[in-house]
Design a protein around this ligand. Structure first.
Ligand code: URA
Length: 235
């Protein structure tokens, strides 16, 4: 297997990014540093990335987790905070989260050990829609709704058109459902703040056709074959 594919199927990076990793000299095969992009990894060799052995995974696993607030989506944390991997400890395979959810956001997060699937799902060209339910401070006026639908400036970036629906208007807060296909850092919070509504609580309720449904916080379930295929645009 070519070295860039090997790195991708191990879930380290996309094939293109894998080339950069090879060029940087972070890969060793049987103890020898490899910087040649077309290098073919002989069967049975030991490959390391930054000193750690990496192996193409055997069985592929795909899970939907309901992340509670207070867990971070990076897999290692130097400050020793709780990560989402603490919630899936009984899965043997080395899964990792697909994309991110802020520490203070709850809801649907997909984890897998299938690097190619993860890269496909996150690639902007695939436009996978994510649905969020936001509790925001104050009134959510028609004007604000129209602005969010059209696109707002979140600090030098104009968001793409979004689907927006007011679910509940209470005297002091509003509950709004918003669907976006992008994933800029803290995008939903920034979008609401751009129209004058501070987000008090944020939950992701769906990724494409995968729904949180009745999954309890801190619990996870396996994705169905149909959900996996649909997320990859194959059905
Ligand atoms: N938008 C946010 O602001 N936070 C998230 O965690 C996800 C989307």
């Amino acid at each position: 297997m070519r070295i860039n594919k090997y790195i991708a199927v191990c879930g380290i990076a996309s094939r293109r990014k894998a080339d950069e990793i090879v060029k940087r000299g972070d890969i060793k095969v049987d103890g020898l540093r490899i910087t040649e992009l077309g290098f073919d990894v002989p069967d049975g060799s030991t490959v390391t990335y930054q000193g750690r052995i990496i192996k193409p995974e055997g069985r592929k696993v795909y899970v939907a987790l309901n992340k509670p607030k207070g867990f971070i989506t990076t897999t290692q944390d130097e400050k020793d905070r709780l990560t989402v991997l603490d919630l899936v400890k009984d899965i043997d395979e080395r899964v990792f989260p697909v994309g991110r959810l802020d520490e203070d956001t709850s809801g649907l997060l997909i984890l897998t050990n299938d690097g190619e699937f993860a890269n496909k799902l996150m690639h902007p060209k695939n436009h996978v829609q994510k649905t969020y339910r936001a509790k925001v401070l104050g009134d959510f006026t028609r004007k604000r709704e129209a602005l969010l639908r059209k696109g707002v400036d979140i600090g030098g970036y104009i968001t793409k058109p979004a689907e927006v629906n007011l679910i509940k208007q209470a005297p002091k807060y509003s509950i709004v459902e918003i669907k976006i296909s992008e994933g800029k850092n803290r995008q939903v919070r920034k979008m609401f703040s751009a129209v004058g509504n501070k987000v008090m609580e944020l939950e992701r309720t769906a990724i494409g056709d995968v729904y949180l449904g009745g999954l309890k916080q801190g619990h996870y379930r396996k994705l169905t074959r149909q959900e996996i295929d649909r997320l990859q645009g194959e059905n």
